[in-house]
Write a protein that binds this ligand. Structure first.
Ligand SMILES: *Cc1c(COP(=O)(O)O)cnc(C)c1O
Length: 325
């Protein structure tokens, strides 16, 4: 079995959203992966537990990774690196000089080295830029471990393979069987782990991934690649196929990290119904998608639905001025 570090507070709780269940006509359960920690909160730490284990074992002293300016992944990586006595260097995508707020503020508090790139550079050559950052630091005597966007590679996806095992154990304890598992998809590693475990362990669930950027074709190909590589490193029996993947791209909205008024109204509605705070970039869009798919009959009434709350709270505060009350 592939080993990992223990950094997150696991297992995370599963709660039932009573009022939304009533209103929507399904049994809506929430897995609180927003509570994996505070500094390291959210889904990325489950993936980082595997990647950072390799970094620790191989004596790396600096972690390099990349994401948007309000990246939860970069913030969690910076926090985890500091906890492990390592340094971190972040490559952050920006349009204009950023305000020091939300996750970016925390990156600085955790002492991360900050490097910027443009959206074009990010799209075309983020991995090459990180490699050259690593080479420069390695030449000065550091030993750099490079983690891809979202920690979404085969090793990282094991974090959500394990999370699905955790869910299966919680089902037994709770005496509930989840028919549908719902998660936001940004770089694909979270969905990949859930989907691979679902097949390998014969859990027979429908796993729906709501895209928050790009489209269905893009994510199906990207996740299929991670699934196959993960199946290989774990020596799984199952052969993974694109038909195992269900991505819904109808709720991307205006684009990555851009909110429509109806999405923000929806976040406010869920908060006031359940004291459950979604984030504008990922979970807000995914649950808005789930709500609409239930309304349209694409998720049957009476289903037991498990929504994975993947975190992102710190990204809400930079958007607070866009809310109307
Ligand atoms: C990164 C992230 C996701 C998406 O996970 P991926 O593995 O990148 O697809 C969902 N929710 C939050 C809050 C995230 O930070």
């Amino acid at each position: 079995m592939i080993q990992k570090l223990k950094l997150a507070n696991l297992p995370t709780r599963i709660i039932k959203a009573e009022r939304l269940s009533q209103e929507w006509g399904v049994n809506l359960y929430i897995k609180r992966d927003d509570q994996t920690g505070s500094e390291i909160s959210g889904n990325k730490i489950r993936k980082l537990e595997y990647l950072l284990k390799e970094a620790v074992d191989k004596n790396y002293d600096t972690i390099i990774t990349t994401g948007g300016i309000q990246s939860n992944h970069c913030r969690a990586t910076a926090a985890a690196a500091t906890m492990l006595g390592m340094k971190s260097e972040l490559l952050l995508r920006v349009n204009e000089p950023p305000k020091t707020e939300g996750n970016f503020f925390l990156d600085k508090l955790f002492g991360a080295g900050i490097n910027f790139c443009t959206p074009d550079e990010y799209r075309e050559s983020r991995d090459e830029i990180m490699r050259s950052m690593a080479d420069k630091l390695d030449n000065k005597g550091r030993k750099c471990y490079v983690i891809p966007e979202g920690a979404s590679n085969a090793l990282g996806s094991l974090g959500y393979y394990s999370a699905m095992e955790e869910i299966a154990a919680q089902e037994k304890e709770m005496g509930v069987k989840f028919d549908v598992v719902v998660v936001a998809v940004g770089s694909g590693g979270t969905y990949s782990g859930l989907c691979t475990a679902n097949k390998e362990l014969n859990l027979n669930k429908r796993v729906i991934g709501f895209a928050v950027c790009d489209d269905r074709e893009y994510f199906t190909a990207r996740i299929d690649k991670i699934n196959r590589e993960a199946a290989e490193i774990m020596n799984l029996r199952s052969e993974m196929n694109p038909s195992d993947i269900e991505i819904n791209d109808k709720y991307v909205g205006v684009g990555y990290a851009i909110s429509r008024p109806e999405e923000l109204d929806f976040i406010a509605k869920v908060s006031s119904a359940e004291a459950l705070v979604l984030d504008p970039v990922y979970t807000g869009k995914a649950m808005f998608g789930l709500y609409n798919e239930i309304k349209e009959g694409n998720v049957p009434r009476g289903s037991n639905v498990l929504f994975i709350h993947t975190g992102g709270l710190f990204g809400l505060f930079p958007k607070q001025d866009q809310f109307e009350f």
